[in-house]
Design a protein around this ligand. Structure first.
Ligand SMILES: NC(=O)c1ccc[n+]([C@@H]2O[C@H](COP(=O)([O-])OP(=O)(O)OC[C@H]3O[C@@H](n4cnc5c(N)ncnc54)[C@H](O)[C@@H]3O)[C@@H](O)[C@H]2O)c1
Length: 655
């Protein structure tokens, strides 16, 4: 893929670095970085080289990948070099006439099928593209700081659905998670973000608190580092002024949106002096005033964006958490506070700040319809349920399981739905949420978590409609166990199956030790369960874990399989719950460095559990998982994983 990034200022080089690393494995790929100024280009290339050296030093980039990155990056002063690009992202100065003139020049250079994006922070797509020869290939692609690694990117689509689909695929290929927004001033995230910064600046301007006090109070309340720290990192004061002016003069703007003068006076000078950090302490009354004002603006604008249908509530919630670095998405925060409190904060703020709009759902104290971790789509009489936690490769936490359960139950009871595909944002299911597992303190807690998980996943197994899992990429641990509660599985070419629990000093807890042998046979299951071995897509199909052959489009294949079932051509069913015959002696298994203590529990669970009906086996597994809590090796395995990641083997004590 050949990509161009125009503008080598604050964000262009970061975007180019992100794209070039995402494309590093693709031979022949190239990323051009264009600027009109040689010094801007030189500074951009130096910054990218700095990122590469840092990543190499930290072992995050393989030397070969680093070489590929440097070879694929082409800095240039000539826009004409972009003639063979598949996609060009304009990330030049935030000024409408500049963006329009770049677009005009670009249209004379690039191929007719080249897609064009604008990284604008707030100018609507229609305003930039309205004079374009082919406006439908032009999109807003609004990235977030630091743009080389922040996943979300806002997309404003055009009127051409097929080009829109290509745009979204292009973003995914470049390592981004596209979030679609309406074409309004500042889209979704910058409306909330810039108003949040503007309010923080007003608090300082009015002499209520210092930037240090605001940052501490806000960070303690919602995370994210504090508004002035963020401004110092992004040097974004002027961009916020520009965005506030756009919102002030937008069709539903009011004078309240006007940027506070202090942002202009400050220019892009930093708010903090790192050599002389100011005292962030303040009285409780001041702290409360800061937090109440900031919360009112964050919540008020998030609900306004939702009520205006600028962005879907679940997407908006994720977008705000990921792009602004808060502890929780803003709508989830509203859920925690409760709508009466949200209303109280917004109403108090509006009474003192004329022109601050109270969104209809806040006025009505109506909670958002929020599915935090899953998305449900319809395709005729089929539903697709996607786990949406791309930042943790769709690991399943307690809330995800609850949402999955609720969605499957609702779809199972919906007469318009005849089958369900269960998948994730990208097909990967990284497993259970390790932070939650590591927080389990007692064997009783461990057993309870497993039993609750079994009960929630039972909704899939007992669903009256066929549920087929579509997986691609790594499907591990709890993700694989969830897949095995379905009535069938189909996999993509980059699928990889693993039950790596033993690497963490634990055993499966959501049925893996009981369903995997029932699906692929005991002999085939033991190397996965006891020694952390993996299966690729072809092997998973051959052994019967997955149906048919690896597919280029597993979601489409899952839909086709459901249709075949509905037409009576195949019969899909949950894993057979009957007891299995277990040999007196299990085949020998080299478990390498893994814990003998964990292995003993696992072997016992497998032997006793498989000899019983599945329901009984699951209880035995839950008790076995609880026994792991009594071993030292569970602490060692968990700690090693959290500190060193999955590639460094734990040094177990076998106790
Ligand atoms: N800085 C951020 O954190 C951020 C975040 C999201 C989006 N954006 C958006 O990205 C765009 C760039 O922002 P920035 O902060 O990097 O701006 P910037 O002012 O730091 O850099 C702009 C660069 O564009 C170059 N340029 C100007 N005209 C050009 C032309 N005709 N051809 C090629 N290069 C040209 C300038 O020389 C400069 O190097 C803006 O639209 C901005 O709203 C920025």
């Amino acid at each position: 893929m050949i990509v161009g990034v125009i503008g080598s200022g604050s964000i262009g080089p970061d975007l180019a670095y992100g794209f070039v690393t995402a494309l590093a494995a693709e031979p022949g790929s190239r990323v051009y970085l264009v600027d009109v100024k040689q010094d801007a280009l030189d500074a951009g290339v130096a910054r990218i080289k700095g990122y590469v050296s840092k990543a190499l030093a930290r072992g995050k980039l393989h030397p070969k990948v680093a070489q590929a990155v440097e070879a694929a990056l082409v800095p240039t002063l000539k826009m004409s070099d972009l003639h063979d690009c598949d996609y060009v992202l304009e990330a030049a100065t935030e000024h409408l006439p500049i963006k329009r003139s770049i677009l005009k020049e670009l249209e004379g250079i690039v191929r007719p099928d080249c897609l064009i994006g604008f990284a604008t922070s707030g100018i609507p797509r229609a305003q930039i593209a309205n004079e374009a020869k082919v406006p439908d290939r032009c999109f807003v692609n609004h990235p977030f700081f630091p743009a080389w690694r922040t996943l979300p990117i806002e997309i404003v689509l055009s009127n051409d659905a097929a080009l829109g689909r290509r745009m979204i695929q292009t973003m995914r290929k470049l390592g981004k998670v596209p979030i679609v927004t309406a074409d309004v001033e500042c889209f979704a995230a910058d409306d909330v973000f810039c108003n949040y910064i503007a309010e923080a600046a007003r608090i300082v301007e009015e002499g209520i608190a210092t930037p240090a006090q605001v940052d501490k109070a806000v960070n303690d309340a919602v995370g994210g580092g504090g508004p002035f720290n963020v401004m110092d990192l992004t040097r974004g004061n002027k961009l916020v002024v520009h965005c506030q002016e756009l919102m002030q003069h937008a069709p539903n703007g009011t004078p309240w949106f006007a940027p506070p003068a202090i942002l202009t006076t400050q220019g892009n000078a930093p708010w903090h002096d790192p050599k002389k950090p100011a005292d962030p302490s303040c009285s409780e009354a001041v702290r409360k005033q800061i937090v109440d004002r900031i919360l009112a603006v964050l919540l008020g604008r998030a609900f306004a964006v939702m009520d205006d249908k600028t962005c879907e509530p679940s997407d908006l919630n994720w977008l705000l958490r990921m792009s602004l670095g808060f502890d929780k998405g803003t709508l989830e925060l509203a859920e925690t506070l409760g709508m009466p409190k949200v209303h109280e904060l917004c109403a108090a703020f509006a009474s003192r700040h004329p022109g601050f709009p109270i969104p209809p759902s806040v006025a009505a104290k109506r909670a958002p319809n929020l599915q935090r971790d899953i998305r449900v789509e319809r395709d005729g009489d089929l539903a697709v349920v996607r786990v949406f936690r791309p930042e943790v490769r769709n690991a399943l936490c307690a809330r995800t399981l609850q949402e999955l359960h609720d969605a499957v139950r609702a779809l199972g009871a919906d007469g318009a739905v005849r089958g369900i595909v269960l998948t994730s944002t990208d097909g990967a299911f990284a497993g259970a949420d390790i932070n939650e597992l590591a927080a389990l303190k007692t064997p009783e807690e461990c057993e309870a978590v497993c039993l609750r998980g079994h009960a929630l996943l039972e909704a899939i197994t007992t669903c009256p409609k066929p549920v087929v899992m579509a997986g691609d990429g790594p499907v591990l641990g709890g993700g694989a166990e969830t897949a095995m509660t379905c009535h069938a599985r189909v996999v993509g070419k980059s699928f990889m199956l693993g039950q790596p629990e033993v690497d963490l000093g634990i055993i499966p807890g959501y049925g893996g030790s009981q369903r995997l042998p029932r699906l692929i046979g005991l002999e085939n299951a033991l190397p996965l369960l006891r020694a952390g071995k993996t299966l690729d897509a072809t092997a998973a199909c051959k052994l019967g874990w997955a149906h048919g052959e690896p597919s280029a489009d597993p979601v489409a294949a899952a839909k086709a399989l459901i249709r075949s079932h509905l037409e009576g051509k195949v019969k899909l069913a949950p894993v057979d719950p009957k007891p299995m015959t277990v040999p007196a002696k299990l085949p020998a298994q080299d478990i390498a460095h893994r814990s003998l203590a964990t292995d003993a529990i696992l072997v016992d669970v497998i032997r006793r559990g498989l000899a019983l009906p599945l329901g009984e086996g699951l209880k035995i597994e839950a008790q076995g998982f609880a026994r792991c809590r009594r071993t030292v090796d569970m602490d060692i395995g968990m700690k090693n994983f959290m500190q060193n990641g999955p590639r460094v083997p734990a040094v177990f004590l076998h106790e």
